[in-house]
Write a new protein. Structure first.
Length: 218
C-alpha cells in the first residue's frame, strides 16, 4: 500500500514533469508516427488492391518488420545515424504502425462486394470515382480498426523509447528502475496503461459509430 501512496504523492508533487511526459508520449511518440503511418499505409493499401504481386511484397516486408523486437529496432535506428532522442523512436514506432493500417486498408477494399463495384462502374463511374465514392467509404470501418490497433500498440511500444532517449512516460519507468523506486515506475506505467485503454475505447466507439447498420448485421 505504501508504494501506491508514494505513487500518488509523486504524481501530485511533480505536475510539470508528469504533464510533459504525457504530452511527449501522446503527441511526439504516438500521434506523430501513427499519423505518418496513416498517410503512407492507406495509399499503399489502395495501390496493393490494384497489384497482387505488389500486395504480397509490401505486406510481407511490413510483416517482417513487425517481427523485429522493439528494442532491437530502436537500437538499429540509432546505428543508422538517427542519433539519440525522439527521431529514432518516431521512425521505429512509425514502422510498427504501418502493418495493421496497410493490411486493413487492403483487406477492407478487397472485401467490398464485387457486385457493388460493377454497379458503380455500370453507372458510368471511373475507376478513381469508384474508389473514392464507393470502395473507400465502405472500407473506412476496417481501416479505422487498423488505426485503432496501431495506436494501441504504439502507446505500449513508446514506453521503450526512453532507452534511446525518447522521453515520454517510458522515461519515468526507466528512471524508477535505475533508482529502484517502484512508485516512479508506476508513475510512468499506470498513465501509459490508462492511456492505452482510453484510446482503444474511444477509437472503438468511433469505429462502431461510423460502421453502417447493414455492415454491423453481417
Amino acid at each position: 500500500m505504501s508504494t501506491f501512496i508514494q505513487f500518488w504523492e509523486y504524481v501530485v508533487s511533480h505536475p510539470t514533469q508528469m504533464l510533459t511526459a504525457i504530452y511527449e508520449h501522446i503527441v511526439l511518440l504516438v500521434a506523430l508516427p501513427v499519423g505518418l503511418a496513416i498517410l503512407v499505409a492507406v495509399p499503399l493499401g489502395v495501390i496493393c488492391t490494384r497489384s497482387k504481386k505488389l500486395a504480397t511484397a509490401l505486406l510481407s516486408i511490413a510483416g517482417i518488420m513487425q517481427t523485429i523486437p522493439s528494442l532491437a529496432l530502436l537500437s538499429f535506428m540509432v546505428m543508422l545515424g538517427l542519433g539519440i532522442g525522439f527521431r529514432p523512436a518516431i521512425v521505429a514506432i512509425f514502422i510498427y504502425a504501418l502493418l495493421p493500417i496497410l493490411r486493413n486498408t487492403y483487406t477492407g477494399i478487397e472485401s467490398v462486394d464485387p457486385f457493388i463495384k460493377k454497379a458503380a462502374k455500370g453507372m458510368g463511374m471511373t475507376d478513381f470515382q469508384c474508389l473514392i465514392q464507393v470502395e473507400l467509404p465502405l472500407a473506412v470501418p476496417m481501416i479505422l480498426a487498423g488505426v485503432r490497433t496501431s495506436t494501441t500498440i504504439s502507446i505500449g511500444t513508446a514506453t521503450l523509447a526512453a532507452f534511446v532517449g525518447g522521453g515520454g512516460l517510458g522515461g519515468l519507468i526507466v528512471t524508477g528502475l535505475r533508482m529502484l523506486r517502484n512508485h516512479i515506475v508506476l508513475a510512468g506505467a499506470i498513465p501509459a496503461a490508462l492511456l492505452a485503454l482510453m484510446v482503444d475505447y474511444l477509437l472503438g466507439r468511433l469505429e462502431e459509430t461510423i460502421t453502417p447498420e447493414a455492415m454491423k448485421s453481417n
